[in-house]
Design a protein. Structure first.
Ligand SMILES: *Cc1c(COP(=O)(O)O)cnc(C)c1O
Length: 493
């Protein structure tokens, strides 16, 4: 068992990590670029490039056109990149499992970015869809996902959400508590789903492996809300097997997000297979669902493991553990989110102000304020996530300057890009583009400070179209009951 230093857990809320020795304001991983206009290949969508005038384009659409037509801030999503990643990730897991004579089902984890258009893209590319709330379920259905290919997650699904899911005939529901075993069984029974038509369920277990980026932590008792402890799982499964309205198809675990390397998955798989071998003695366990969490590159410092390598490593680890225990390999399921949509997204902002801030006598940091911020990208404020940025509307040969791209909200932690070298002449009116914003930006967006949420525009083959419209001030006012009441005619009040 690998136990890295305790300081890794929980590792959040570290904004500037260790500084480079000779550059006190600069994180160690950030080098001075030879060209601060350069697009680091792994971070941008493959279709991104600059035209002859130096203007950034994505999928053949120039950011000048995007600004003109849709304004800023703007979420831009490269449709072909989402589709290509969906195909590639699916193929990686299908190939890896086929080599062992078993099957893989790949669910797109909708919480990373969900809209009907994206549901259409990923389902057309052969992925099933995971949802975690009634709202996500509604979007998945509206996007044409077939109920048998929908998985339902959540640690506190309401009775109404469970009823809807059972009525629809969703493929599987992942049970997270004993309360939910009884709640779901009663609902399924009431809806006549017993015997042959029993609701398919998995139980979520907590393997005690918590992985984040480069390291993982393995404990016997993990102090968090999801899933059942491994030791408790047999009793839960025994109870489910007594209930005629539930049919146990498998066991689920998800060890974290933005994970590099296979070591955490392998450790978790070993623990899961132990449980699987035990549970098999009382009945069939058809599927092990190993969750998602496959990392992507946000900055030049990130070197994610290619998905094929991860898929092979994880599937081989499960196969090895099964062989060691003399049990047959079950089918496997996976739930990638970020690794499908993350790199397909670019956020465009307009620079409003540039302010050199003297941090010490001889140390200056350039604060570049843009017209969005933590309302369209909560990740830096939420967990110290690092991003990169470029001036998108032009190239410049000015000396690179250390910049911090910040938003327009009333919080000093309203940071979009903590540390980046931008051309030192960055100025008001420039467009700044932040890559790798396809996952967990739109889906975590808020109306903090009553800032309307930006539209999402899909780009493909030189064409752009709105797939989620932006909010207006009227949208924001529409929910305010005080305004609605005072606007009503007197006699109705
Ligand atoms: C968030 C989540 C995922 C997707 O995680 P990514 O890091 O986006 O791949 C998959 N499964 C479960 C249960 C999750 O909560």
């Amino acid at each position: 068992m690998i136990i890295p230093p305790a300081s890794r857990f929980p590792p959040r809320l570290v904004l500037s990590v260790s500084a480079a020795p000779d550059r006190p304001l600069v994180p160690e991983w950030l080098g001075v670029p030879s060209d601060a206009n350069d697009l680091v290949a792994a971070v941008w969508p493959p279709s991104a490039g600059r035209d002859d005038a130096g203007v950034l384009q994505v999928a053949g659409v120039s950011v000048a056109e995007l600004r003109e037509r849709f304004g800023t801030p703007l979420y831009v999503l490269d449709e072909d990149e989402v589709r290509a990643r969906a195909r590639r990730v699916r193929a990686a897991f299908e190939d890896a499992t086929a080599r062992h004579g078993i099957q893989a089902r790949v669910y797109y984890a909708g919480k990373a970015f969900l809209s009907t258009e994206v549901v259409r893209w990923v389902t057309e590319e052969g992925l099933a869809v995971d949802v975690a709330t009634g709202g996500e379920l509604a979007v998945a259905l509206a996007g044409g996902a077939e109920p048998p290919r929908i998985g339902v997650h959540g640690n506190n699904k309401s009775v109404a959400e469970l009823e809807r899911a059972v009525q629809l005939g969703v493929g599987s529901i992942v049970i997270d508590s004993l309360t939910e075993v009884e709640r779901l069984a009663a609902i399924a029974e009431r809806l006549g789903r017993t015997g042959e038509t029993a609701q398919n369920v998995l139980i979520r277990v907590n393997t005690g492996v918590h992985a984040e980026t480069h390291d993982f932590l393995a404990t016997a008792h993990e102090d968090q809300k999801f899933g059942f402890a491994l030791a408790d799982a047999p009793a839960v499964v025994a109870r489910i097997r007594e209930l005629p309205s539930l049919h146990l198809v498998g066991v689920h675990c998800h060890i974290g997000s933005q994970i590099f390397g296979t070591a955490g998955f392998a450790e978790s798989a070993a623990r899961l297979v132990d449980l699987y071998a035990d549970l098999r003695q009382g009945g069939e366990i058809a599927v092990l669902n190993l969750g998602g969490g496959f990392g992507i590159a946000y900055t030049s410092a990130d070197t994610p493991t290619p998905i094929e390598e991860l898929a092979d490593g994880i599937v081989d680890a499960v196969a090895r553990e099964c062989e060691a225990r003399g049990v047959p390999l079950p089918n496997l399921a996976f739930e990638p989110g970020r690794s499908i949509v993350g790199r397909a997204g670019v956020t465009l902002y307009e620079v409003g102000t540039v302010k050199p801030v003297r941090v010490a006598d001889d140390l200056t940091r350039l604060y570049v304020s843009v017209d969005g911020g933590m309302s369209d990208n909560a990740r830096p404020a939420l967990y110290g996530a690092q991003y990169s940025a470029r001036i998108a509307s032009r190239v410049s040969d000015a000396e690179p300057a250390l910049a911090r791209v910040v938003g327009r909200h009333c919080e000093s932690g309203d940071i979009v890009v903590d540390a980046e070298y931008l051309p030192g002449d960055v100025t008001e009116g420039d467009l700044v583009a932040v890559p790798a914003t396809g996952a967990y930006c739109f889906s975590l967006a808020s109306n903090y400070n009553y800032v309307p949420r930006p539209p999402v525009v899909a780009v493909s083959s030189g064409a752009a179209r709105v797939i989620v419209r932006g909010e207006t001030i009227d949208d924001l006012l529409a929910r305010d009951a005080g305004i609605a009441a005072s606007a009503r005619p007197q006699e109705e009040m």
